[in-house]
Write a protein that binds this ligand. Sequence first.
Ligand code: NAD
Length: 546
Amino acid sequence: MASAKVLLIEDGQVDRMVIKGLLSKAVVPFEVETVETLAEALAAISRGSFDVILSDLTLPDSQGLDTFLRVFQSAGDVPVVVLTGSDDLTLAAKAVEEGAEAYLVKGKIDGNRLARALRYAIQRTAAEQAEWQSPMYQLAKQQFLKAAQIVGLDDNLRERLLFPQRTMTVTFPFRRDDYQEVETVFGYRVQHLLTMGPTKGGIRYHEDVNLGEVSALAMWMTWKCALMRLPFGGAKGGVRIDPTILTGHELQRLTRRFTTEILDMIGPDKDIPAPDMGTNERVMAWMMDTYSQQIGYTVPTVVTGKPVVLGGSQGRSEATGRGLVYLIAAAAEHLEMNLKGSTVVVQGFGNVGSNAARFLEELGARVVAVSDVTGGIYNPHGLSVSSLLAYTRENRVLAGYPDGEAISNEEMLELPCDILAPAAMQNQITHDNADRIKCKILAEGANGPTTLEADEILHDRDVFVLPDIVGNAGGVTVSYFEWVQGTQNYTWTLDEINSRLHTILLNAFRRALDRSARQKIDMRTAALIEGIQRVEQAKLARGLFP
Ligand code: NAD
């Protein structure tokens, strides 16, 4: 979780010191700027960019609700939390009525309560502003509209596919380990398209998750599954929480409660979750167990990406990275580029990024930089992926890895290299840095790493883009194999899995590449059209009820 910037407006010296002390000791410490008067506060607000404002109501130059209103009006989108004495609760309640996010009573603040109130205020405000207006949902819509326009998609279908078919928002509590604190969090499950069969898509645990982001990811799952010709519509789910601050027990309680909240929506013939950012096979095992406990018998096929011992598939955990590398090899062949000795930069060293780096190294490529949320590691002579894996197993993060120099995520994206694989977050390659990206192949492991404006710049600069709905489709493809094996109670070998995966991915890659050459359009739009047209055919074949 990134550290947040707080403006503390408080004239009492003791309160100021206590609050600053508490905020500096939070699990993720806050950056605090303090001011003592309203005039200073208004000046600081107009200068600075704060994530949250914590304001006393009684200041030397302003009193009561007036203080709040002046701060609130100049704060714009920044949430304001009010500090009050225990004799002034009516006033604080009035401030909340007028738009304050919360109030805290000075004598009763402890570190946990304070950090939580601020964190919740920031998250709530971000979510309220972004539920639908999230940049990721805008991107998914823009990409879809561009492809729909080129292909002349029927107006009615365009409207229908622009929004998810079903969405569910839940809020739910879970206990922290001390059994004193209860956190209330938001969760989502979105099903974009129910036409093709059950819906399919991962569950993301991340502090930025909101309805728009989950809807964008669900829409991309629709096009991805259709492009790969899998019998699924797209779905996605998530919980707005930073999982790295939770213990294993907390993560389990959160997962079990979330599963129960969305139980009506999921099922082996309805909607089948899988891992995404912040979740893994352990989380899938808990989801499967919770669902099975409620139904009354074991239902392994309710999730994919579960441990092999519970009916998971051989090769699923590394499938997304492996698939990405199969496709990089195909792109390299198309560009007549030798992978042996080529240089590779990978952003994100989680499931997708670390496996992609590992398989590229196996093919003789030189991995010169990798990164995670703590920053990047660069070594022009090549990093050892097995040593990086051993280091992150021990330390959880890459920070402090000795055999390379530290580099920021931003700098890393701009390193000269043959292959750049963004495999972490969305919105990384934008109008701001696209003209400084120096790779030959941009291989998207992450969902939505490149904006539409950046796409155009990369296209003009002849960077070969392996778009996300092709690049990271290995995950859902082996998830499909896992589901098929589960429904048939029959297991396949790793060789069978990998060979089928290769066939499906390469077939989709060639169709997208052919279309891109034939229609003189970029690879992303070509791949999207392949998916969209299949959905169009299915929708028209089914007709409209009633
Ligand atoms: P993960 O949680 O296993 O790993 C994410 C990695 O990204 C971690 O190393 C984390 O430290 C790093 N990271 C997080 N924020 C970052 C930031 N701001 N800058 C740089 N690095 C950052 O997640 P994952 O499953 O590997 O997923 C990564 C991406 O791949 C996501 O976009 C996800 O939607 C996509 N994806 C995953 C799968 C899958 O099977 N897991 C399938 C398809 C697509």
